[in-house]
Design a protein around this ligand. Structure first.
Ligand SMILES: Nc1nc2c(ncn2[C@@H]2O[C@H](COP(=O)(O)OP(=O)(O)OP(=O)(O)O)[C@@H](O)[C@H]2O)c(=O)[nH]1
Length: 301
């Protein structure tokens, strides 16, 4: 690195499901790398977004929503979220300005008490509330932890996001540029592709399909000069869910495929032939071996 004052480091984002962690990550890196949806708990793996300037590089870790585990998958998500907090230079705890401080927030705050790194309270979705209401929200949190700083933002509209970035940059140690400047994530494209497909399933099926859906990319290879062939299997745990996903005469699967294909083409910068299959694996969430073969590797945390 030519610049001896270059700063770099890792920042974890934690918070209850649905507070807007993925939205912030996407805004910061300016490309769709983390799945966004208005249903809670859609982010299952650690996704890194990388923000690079001439003076600094911040590698963001988007953690799964921390919550009390209900199944083995929940337990995995929880451990994954907590373990990342010990390896970073700063932590952002994000809360939703529209919600009152609740048991879920307290659960996270309790865990943050042991973190030695600077912890920022970021109050998101301020575009939805009045300045007076914002003061009330901040009041609920201000003494809960020794915050490095309290920052109100709107991840969706961008308010105060620059300020947050410059504040974080100031806290990073001097260090190398870990990743090339045009790289925004270190996740394999396969993972992002499967997240994009899952996102469409949630958008289109709403309440009908619960979170017990996994998407496995079986194949991703160049079909010819013009096209990349992506073959993916959607795993559900009940035959009724399979029926809903396929839809009448295959209509639902077709809709999911069309929307996902457009996003995958944008990501890969090439035409895509997307082939989707649906498979029933009863109780896959509680089976360790199934979890591992679907990509939730225990040695990841
Ligand atoms: N009005 C408003 N909506 C927002 C803002 N940030 C996020 N949202 C919305 O809140 C919903 C949840 O956002 P996500 O970014 O998926 O939340 P998340 O915290 O990553 O959720 P999990 O993956 O479940 O942990 C989406 O519908 C977003 O569009 C904001 O600043 N203002």
């Amino acid at each position: 690195m030519d610049n001896p004052n270059y700063r770099s480091g890792f920042v974890a984002i934690v918070g209850r499901p649905n507070v807007g962690k993925s939205t912030l990550l996407n805004r910061v890196v300016g490309q769709k790398v983390a799945i966004m949806s208005d249903k809670p708990q859609t982010t299952r793996n650690k996704i890194q977004g990388i923000y690079t300037t001439d003076d600094a590089q911040i590698v963001f870790i988007d953690t799964p929503g921390i919550h009390k585990p209900k199944s083995e998958l929940g337990d995995y998500m929880m451990k994954s979220a907590l373990s990342s907090l010990n390896e970073v230079d700063a932590v952002i705890m994000m809360v939703n300005a529209e919600q009152r401080r609740g048991a879920g927030d307290n659960f996270i705050i309790d865990r943050l008490k042991t973190v030695k790194k600077p912890v920022y309270l970021v109050v998101n979705k301020i575009d939805q509330i009045t300045p007076d209401d914002l003061l009330v929200v901040i009041d609920q949190y201000k003494d809960a932890l020794n915050w490095q700083e309290v920052l109100p933002i709107s991840a969706l509209e961008g308010n105060n996001v620059e300020e947050l970035l410059s504040e974080l940059t100031g806290k990073l140690p001097k260090g190398p540029q870990y990743y090339p400047e045009d790289q925004v994530t270190d996740h394999p494209e396969r993972f992002i592709v499967s997240e994009l497909i899952r996102e469409k399933i949630f958008q289109l099926t709403r309440q009908e399909i619960p979170h017990s859906v996994a998407v496995v990319i079986d194949k991703m290879s160049r079909q010819n000069e013009q096209k990349i062939h992506v073959q993916a299997t959607i795993i559900v745990d009940r035959p009724t869910q399979k029926g809903i996903l396929i839809g009448k005469g295959g209509s639902m699967l077709k809709k999911i495929g069309t929307l996902a294909r457009q996003d995958i083409e944008n990501l890969l910068g090439d035409k895509v032939y997307l082939e989707l299959w649906v498979k029933v694996v009863p109780d896959w969430q509680d089976k360790s071996s199934a979890l591992q073969s679907y990509g939730y590797r225990k040695d990841d945390y």
